[in-house]
Design a binder for this molecule. Structure first.
Ligand code: GAP
Length: 513
């Protein structure tokens, strides 16, 4: 199946099975805002738990907080968001559509990369086992030509972005003959800066109202609470503060479903360290976070690091963890070495000292910070895309199954009476009533057993149990495994032991090295 089709299917599956709905749908929706349905919220909560527990339970020196969306507006001046949290945007005069200039150019770079990869794939097929990829990449005239074009464009683009040279960005779009996907024309306006923060007002009278921002990242709530936590928790450097919460950005290009939203959720951790140790800690967190992703078992080849060439003025190292989505490798998480920029800025703007006294060296300093920042919704999307599967069965039917890691699945066990009479529903409910304290169970008595299995496969339920007439005699049930469809007869008393270990977040955490 073409990757584009996979993505379309995932989007409609999310809606059909209660994972994600377009927000305000009965009013024709609201751009790039989505609601999570009955299964979506369970999956999302499980992702959050996996992250939270891996940070806060697994590290003695990391604690959590929950700060507010509304914060003092000077915080955003200090952090640089008021002046510099901008995207360069360009309009097409014919279609009246607005684009991010940097995204248009990055898509052009990706086109060159696509061409190169297609050439290599064709050659691999042609030469079979004898194929020497390295040699082919360094000698094929076509590959060399496309690589040269790609590199030249990349270099020019990086320079323009580093200097935020808006005229040069426009010139690149013209020189590369990039057309508007809607109108097909090159009738572009100038490139302008656009601030991504949403504003609102706080206060009861118009005169006294204060403009405040909906936070565009959760991180600043951690920075401004850093000293509160350090003092009240008697934390010693190195230590971390973790937070999960909503963030808001008025994204210009809001596409690709929940990949880029205007209201989304972040899981961020700021790790406070001694200046001079930041590159070692950066490396440690880079690998710790990659291990967390790989632990889900989606295949190591589906992840890669993308080290930033263009560093923000306050960072001295940054990388993205990218995941292979149906529309290419995309950023799911960022790991940044932010130096002492944020804390120093808050010190300067608030006029309050937020230095740390280090008893080991008997001196005070402003800590440096390593940040790990991951989007819950992007994580959700990558999990859905990777788990969605349509498989042909021996009887010719197609089965749609979500091969979710069991610990993340919304429902862990579905209990089904074979028929809706003769005491079978009561027996099935007895099992649910016993097991519901340990994991999420669903009772299902509607339609044939086959249809019920398919429904559970489609939402990723790892186990189904059927209660039949023998159950009433010998207290055994048929358990069916989602991935293999294997069925076994087991005593009811063994259900909990068999399922609980495999579906708990603890089972995932124990696999983390
Ligand atoms: N505090 C650092 C920070 O916010 P970022 O790279 O802008 O860094 C971190 O965002 C993560 O948040 C991204 O890797 C992505 O997963 C998620 N994210 C950012 N913007 C998003 C959006 N508009 N929609 C969904 N997720 C987003």
């Amino acid at each position: 199946m073409a990757q584009e089709d996979v993505f379309k299917k995932v989007v409609s599956h999310c809606k059909e099975y209660g994972f994600v709905f377009p927000s305000s749908e009965i009013y024709d929706g609201l751009g790039a805002v989505y609601d999570y349905g009955q299964n979506g919220v369970e999956l999302k909560n499980n992702i959050k738990q996996y992250w939270w527990q891996s940070m806060v339970l697994m590290h003695e020196n990391i604690v959590g907080i929950d700060s507010c969306v509304f914060m003092h507006p000077t915080i955003w001046k200090a952090s640089g968001h008021v002046d510099a949290f901008n995207d360069p945007l360009i309009d097409n005069r014919d279609s009246k559509k607005r684009y991010r200039a940097d995204v248009l150019i990055e898509e052009q770079i990706a086109k060159y990369e696509d061409k190169i990869e297609k050439e290599v794939a064709k050659a691999r097929k042609r030469f079979g086992d004898a194929f020497d990829e390295q040699q082919y990449r360094s000698t094929s005239p076509r590959v060399l030509e496309e690589t040269q074009k790609r590199n030249a464009l990349h270099e020019r683009y990086s320079e323009a972005m580093n200097k935020m040279d808006l005229q040069e960005l426009r010139q690149i779009i013209l020189d590369e003959e990039i057309v508007c996907p809607i109108s097909g024309t090159r009738n572009w306006t100038e490139v302008r800066q656009f601030n991504l923060m949403f504003k609102t007002e706080m206060g009861s009278t118009a005169d006294a109202a204060m403009t405040i921002y909906l936070r565009p990242e959760t991180a600043q709530g951690i920075f401004v609470n850093y000293l509160n936590v350090q003092k009240t928790g008697r934390m010693k450097i190195p230590f971390g503060i973790a937070q999960i919460g909503k963030a808001f950005r008025n994204e210009i290009v809001a596409r690709q479903f929940i990949f880029r939203m205007r209201e989304f959720e972040q899981m961020e951790m700021q790790f406070f360290i001694k200046p001079g140790t930041e590159l070692d800690w950066f490396d440690k967190w880079k690998h710790t976070r990659m291990a967390w992703h790989r632990n889900l078992g989606f295949g190591d080849d589906n992840y890669r690091f993308h080290d930033h060439e263009k560093l923000a003025h306050y960072a001295n190292a940054a990388t993205d963890i990218e995941f292979r989505l149906p529309f290419g490798f995309k950023e799911v998480e960022g790991i940044h070495s932010r130096t002492d920029f944020d804390l120093s800025q808050h010190e300067k703007f608030s006029g309050k000292s937020i230095k740390y006294f280090d008893p080991e060296i008997n001196d005070s300093y402003t800590p440096y910070v390593i940040e790990t920042s991951i989007g819950v919704d992007r994580m959700f999307l990558s999990i859905m895309c990777h788990s969605f599967c349509e498989e042909k069965l021996e009887n010719g039917e197609t089965r749609t199954v979500l091969r979710l890691p069991a610990a993340l699945a919304p429902v862990k066990l579905a209990v089904m009476p074979l028929v809706k009479k003769d005491g079978l529903p009561e027996k099935a409910r007895e099992i649910v009533d016993d097991l519901k304290f340990h994991f999420n169970c669903q009772y299902d008595e509607k339609d044939s057993i086959g249809k019920r299995y398919r429904r559970q496969d489609a939402i990723g339920t790892p186990y189904c149990v059927t209660v039949d007439f023998d159950t009433l005699q010998d207290n055994t049930v048929t358990i069916r495994m989602r991935d293999t469809m294997e069925q076994r007869r087991i005593p009811i008393a063994e259900l909990r032991g068999l399922i609980e270990d495999n579906v708990s977040i603890t089972s995932l955490l124990k696999k983390l090295k």
